[in-house]
Every structure is written in structure tokens, then in C-alpha cells.
Design a binder for this molecule. Structure first.
Ligand code: SAM
Ligand code: SF4
Length: 468
């Protein structure tokens, strides 16, 4: 049994990160005929981790199922960013408990992901949820097969609070054969004062550029059309490995593989260099789309958040990107109601939104995360005020999303067609280079292709179009 520990999780040393090349070899007959149910909460990082978890389960012979009633193992890959993530998990655990008690005594219930790295969550699982069989963290997904094969304790908790290593030769059961996530970096060292990620995912550690390029080359060979490079702060890629490429150079090298579309998330405004902007502007296959989290438009709040840029610096960077990367779409993350955010400071956020006219934005009400510096700040702002601010912000953000989408009306744009539309089987859906969702008619036979689409209608969150 290994329990998470917040103090260990925030330690940062100069110890070199180990790059470990796994040589997994499991018997795919071990759990033949048994089924797994895998549910993912949270960000792209978790979605991609789940692709690894699925591959690990299948290496033991499990096949996937969409219902817990038919499952032999349930894996819940959790997120720790928002308060409602906790509520969602505990709500779903109730259903799993019921299923286990009423119908399936042997059901294995496993929890992993960022919540599994939280001390308070694991304490609650130990005291209130004894029917949970297995808890593992973000640092030992590679041990999943061994944990399932060697389960002895009633409740097996194996969570490491460490800086972390980099594991290679990882297999993924990718959700798509058209577009793929590729990790370039794990963890985070920014320690924004509201954020739990540096504690749940360890120190910032880059994969070697050779391994990244090898992975992308293999995806190109398989016919993938799009790759998104993943990290909490991709701009800082390589800084932790002596002699490694910068992120700008990595972008150029990955672009050289010939992948038709290259994207990346997430870019912290702090490390965004001119070289990066030039690299993005210089290549056709690097998409003109950047997610550039603002968090707040008030320099005082940004300082309290530990973001290390001011409102003015953010706006300068925004302008530079827009000037150099033609037609670039920019989206953002914004938090309202950081402790003691005044009405004036909130208005500054609205001011930045009015200046940047984002293509879209993820908006959050600040939620204290136990163990982070901001959680200790006394907060005099009521939840009601925060909710009003969120609503006002959302209305503004949505008006700009609609305006940005309307710019596309009657234009013909390239769209990568990904699949049949869930709402209307006569339509397919895909994304523009600027990451706009488009529902398209006359293109059922074009899945996996980048085609020209004439935009016929624009809504706040999607476009309609027809293949030409
Ligand atoms: N690394 C990315 C960056 O620096 O912008 C962000 C990653 S975080 C998983 C995604 C978003 O969650 C953040 O940009 C922030 O807006 C939001 N977030 C993180 N912690 C939060 C908290 N305690 N309360 C509300 N929103 C939060
Ligand atoms: Fe969290 Fe800040 Fe790291 Fe993003 S950069 S993951 S917001 S600590």
C-alpha cells in the first residue's frame, strides 16, 4: 500500500529525470472473455492516458464494454480541477457500488488519474468506499497490468507522490485513426497558486525529441491526418534536458514529418517566444489555432495567481500572434471569482475579452483546491456574485464566438472530416484548420480526408456546410 502525500508531491529537486524504455510482455489470454468499462473525466491529458489504460487492459485479454452491468472491471480516470469533478465521481461510484452488491460481487472497481493523487480523496475512499478495489495514480499507469495480476489486499492503493519519470515504448488504443494525441512533456513546474496539476502530475519533464518524432513518423505511416502535441506548458518543452530542441525547433521537426495537420496544447503565455510564432507562421501544416489561457484580465489578480505576465504583456503577445500568423484563431481559459476579485478587476477581464474577441473560451468559477496557496486565501466574494460574473462573461464570450463563426459564412474552407454526426446521420462532422466544428452534407464518403467545404450557416458553437 502506498498513499499519496502532498508534501512529497510539491518537492522539486535537481535529480535527473529517468527515461525508461518499457519492455512489456503480457499474456493476452489472462482475462480472455472479460470486459472493461473505462470512463474518463477532464482534459486531453486524461483522454490520452485512457488510451494507454485501454491498451494495457487489452494486453491482458479484456475487451471494452459501454455498460457497467456487463463489465468485469470498471476504471474511472478522474480529474481534480473542478469541484463538480469530485461530485461526478462519487455519484458514479454509487452506481458501481450498487452493481457490485446486487449483481456482481467480483466486479473490480479501480480509480486512477488526478483525484487518485489527492490525499483527501484517498482518505475518503479508504474510510467511506471500501468496495473500491484498486487506486493507482498518474505516475504508475504502466503498472496497471501488474496491479491487476497481483491483487491481494482487499483495497489495493498504489499512488506515488514523486517528481516522476518518462516512460517510453507505451502502446495506445487510440480513439481515432484520423487524429492522434502525442505527449511531448509531462507534469508542470509553474505552480500557479490555484492549480493542483503540479501536485498531481509531478515535475515538468520532456520526452526526447527523437522519441516524439519516431512516434509521429509512425502515425504518418499509418495514415493519420492530424497530431496534437500535448503538455501542460508545451512552450517550455526541452528546457529540462540539456542540449534538447526548443519547442519552436521541435515544431519544425514534427512539421517535417509531413503530418498534414499539426496542433499543440497548452501554451502558457509566459514562455511564448518569437521563434515559436515564426515557426507557426512559416509552415502550412502547423494549424493557425492557438489556445492561449488568459485566466484573468487584472494584473493584480494575475500576480496573485502566479501567472508571471501582466494584462499588457498578454495583450502584446496576442497582437504579435495575430499580426504574424495570418487568420489565426485564438481561444482561452478564464477563471472568475479568484479570492477577493473586485468588480473592477472582473471588468478588466471583460475588457481583455472585448479586445481579443476570442474564438471561444473555457470559463471557470474559481474552486479552491486543497493544498494550493490560493486555497488558504480568505475570500470575501459570495458564490452568488461569482455565478453572476460567470454568466456575464459567458454571454460576452458567446457573442464573440458567434461573431467569429459568422465571418466564415459563404467562404470555402478546408475541413478534416472525422466521422458521422451524432445528431444527424446524413451529415458528417469535421474541423477547420482554425478548429471550428463543421457539420457537413454531401461528404459521407470523405471520412479521413481534408476537403473543401462551403459554409452555409454559423451558430455560436458550430458551423454548417456543404462539400464542394
Ligand atoms: N496548463 C494550462 C495553463 O497553464 O493554462 C492549464 C491546464 S488546467 C488543467 C486547465 C484550466 O483549468 C486552467 O487553464 C484554468 O483556467 C482551470 N483551472 C485550474 N485550476 C482551477 C481552479 N482551482 N479553479 C478554477 N479553474 C481552474
Ligand atoms: Fe496549472 Fe499553471 Fe501548470 Fe497550467 S501552468 S497546469 S494552470 S500550474
Amino acid at each position: 500500500m502506498k498513499l499519496p502525500n502532498l508534501l512529497d508531491a510539491k518537492k522539486r529537486t535537481n535529480e535527473e529525470v529517468k527515461h525508461i524504455y518499457l519492455e512489456d510482455n503480457y499474456d493476452s489470454n489472462t482475462f480472455k472473455g472479460q470486459k472493461y468499462f473505462l470512463r474518463t473525466y477532464g482534459c486531453q491529458m486524461n483522454v490520452h492516458d485512457s488510451e494507454e489504460i485501454a491498451a494495457r487492459l487489452e494486453s491482458l485479454g479484456f475487451t471494452s464494454t459501454d455498460t457497467i452491468e456487463t463489465a468485469d472491471v470498471v476504471v474511472l480516470n478522474t480529474c481534480a480541477i473542478r469541484e463538480n469533478a469530485h461530485d461526478k465521481l462519487y455519484g458514479f461510484l454509487g452506481r458501481c457500488k450498487h452493481e457490485k452488491e446486487k449483481n456482481n460481487n467480483d466486479l473490480i472497481i479501480a480509480i486512477c488519474g488526478c483525484m487518485a493523487q489527492e490525499e483527501n480523496v484517498v482518505n475518503e475512499i479508504m474510510t467511506k468506499h471500501p468496495y473500491v478495489d484498486l487506486v493507482f495514480g498518474t505516475h504508475n499507469i504502466h503498472e496497471l497490468q501488474a496491479l491487476l495480476l497481483n491483487r491481494k489486499e482487499k483495497q489495493n492503493i498504489e499512488v506515488y507522490s514523486c517528481e516522476g519519470d518518462v516512460y517510453e515504448n507505451v502502446s495506445y488504443k487510440r480513439d481515432s485513426d484520423i487524429k492522434a494525441w502525442v505527449n511531448i512533456q509531462y507534469g508542470c513546474d509553474k505552480f500557479c497558486t490555484y492549480c493542483i496539476v503540479p501536485y498531481t502530475r509531478g515535475k515538468q519533464r520532456s520526452r526526447s525529441s527523437k522519441d516524439i518524432i519516431k512516434e509521429v513518423e509512425a502515425l504518418v505511416k499509418k495514415g493519420y491526418k492530424e497530431v496534437t502535441l500535448l503538455g501542460q506548458n508545451v512552450n517550455a518543452y526541452g528546457k529540462d534536458i540539456e542540449g534538447e530542441l526548443s519547442f519552436a525547433d521541435l515544431l519544425l521537426k514534427v512539421s517535417d514529418t509531413g503530418i498534414p495537420r499539426l496542433r499543440f496544447v497548452t501554451s502558457h503565455p509566459w514562455d511564448f517566444t518569437d521563434e515559436m510564432i515564426d515557426a507557426i507562421a512559416s509552415r502550412e501544416n502547423i494549424m493557425p489555432y492557438i489556445h492561449l489561457p488568459l485566466q484573468s484580465g487584472s494584473s493584480r489578480i494575475l500576480k496573485l495567481m502566479g501567472r508571471r505576465y501582466t494584462k499588457e504583456e498578454y495583450l502584446d503577445l496576442y497582437k504579435k500572434i495575430k499580426d504574424k500568423v495570418k487568420g489565426c484563431a485564438i481561444t482561452t481559459d478564464i477563471i472568475v471569482g479568484f479570492p477577493n476579485e473586485t468588480e473592477e478587476e472582473f471588468k478588466e477581464t471583460l475588457d481583455v475579452v472585448n479586445k481579443c474577441k476570442y474564438d471561444s473560451a473555457f470559463t471557470f468559477i474559481y474552486s479552491p483546491r486543497e493544498g494550493t496557496p490560493a486555497a488558504k486565501m480568505e475570500d470575501k466574494i459570495s458564490l452568488e456574485t461569482k455565478e453572476q460574473r460567470l454568466q456575464e462573461l459567458n454571454e460576452l464570450v458567446n457573442s464573440y464566438s458567434l461573431a467569429a463563426n459568422k465571418e466564415y459564412l459563404n467562404k470555402t474552407v478546408p475541413v478534416l472530416i472525422e466521422g458521422i454526426s451524432e445528431k444527424d446521420s446524413n451529415k458528417v462532422f469535421g474541423y477547420t484548420d482554425t478548429m471550428k466544428l463543421v457539420n457537413v452534407i454531401n461528404a459521407q464518403d470523405k471520412i479521413g480526408e481534408i476537403i473543401d467545404v462551403k459554409i452555409t450557416d454559423a451558430k455560436s458553437f458550430s458551423l454548417d456546410g456543404e462539400a464542394i
